[in-house]
Design a protein. Sequence first.
Length: 452
Amino acid sequence: MNGNDTICALATAPGGAIGIIRVSGSKAFDAVSAISTLRCDQCQPNTIHFTHIMEGTETVDEVLVSIFRAPHSYTGENSVEISCHGSRYILNKVLALLIENGCRMAHPGEYTMRAYLNGKLDLSQAEAVADLIASSNKATHDIAINQLRGHFSSELKDLRDQLLKLTSLIELELDFSDHEDLEFADRGELLALAQTIDAHITRLASTFEAGEALKQGIPVAIVGKTNVGKSTLLNQLVDDERAIVSDIHGTTRDTIEETMDINGVQFRFIDTAGIRETNDKVEQIGIERSIKAIKQARIVIWLLDQQPTSSEQNEMSELSKGKRCIYVQNKADLIDTNKFKPFITPLSVISAKTGEGILELKMHIYEETRHAGLISNANDIIVTNVRHYDALVHAHENLQRVLDGLHQQQSGELLAEDLHLVLSDLAEITGEGQITPQETLNNIFSHFCVGK
């Protein structure tokens, strides 16, 4: 990627009524002026103009052109957005004309990379652009938009400022090491500050598990004995005939997954094979996968159609130890609910066949997820990027050495070295205060779509 080139690309999906072509770089105004009846360099910034795209004396299209002058554009460079009609022929012709007049096609993510290099975004905000485009529900959208607005960056900046204060005090003492009577900071105060910083870093890192679950879909396992209605419940929850329903015991031999949104949060429902004693080797494999699905799930729905025995209750408790469990009595259309003695409360009562109680069950699932800490408030900072998580873990490890050093009264030289490592770890997230290797940048931005 040559930052001196003027680049162009289609910024909208093909096939729509309108297509937008982005042009960015020092010669953006010249290139667009050369193919249109508009003199872009004479236009006021942040204005939109009607013009014609021309190939010689022939009109290619009537378009709207938006003018952005550096540094007040997405990339921080002179930029033009051409809104054309969505015909593939028109869009390809306009791109070809731009290339003939000094532009080149942009690489994936090159616009956002230029925004980063020109100081319009830090690395974490740049990655949030990709997350925002990929967001499939309100929860992931809110996380991405908060990161794009700089909430995460702001918290990291506060942490770095505190670390710089800590580092400066220690290095100041090193500069005056010949004067043993001089002490610029009480070791107890330094220890308290380092502990506060470490608590913030640990809290941020701890959100990654919830962030990953929200991004991939919170796994919910539907488990129970054979023929209790697990597949029927899955079909009701996702409002689709996703799983085969039969009166024959052991119909479901493998796990079946389907996703759906509840209150803007994506859930991944997993229908499992019925748990029972069997000599069928294929069914045994299915039951083993059911147990594996329980271990991987964040929420477990135990579906019942009769009063469980004491041994069955113990088995359920053992299999779902450490999980948020929802116990559901099915077949309310067939069973007298007054004769069903709940062994745990609250007990949801539904009919997977008729749909009775399904809406209430969905709300129960959502509330259990919220109580488990997997659903955040709109302004909460949630880490969803594994690169950010790794950097926070390394920062915590290096800061632990600082804390150990303060407890052991280590020399300022060793403390300062570990503090610089912590600063470097946090800087890796935003790309500020250090030179990020070109391979890291290319890896981040290569996953973007062309036009971003």
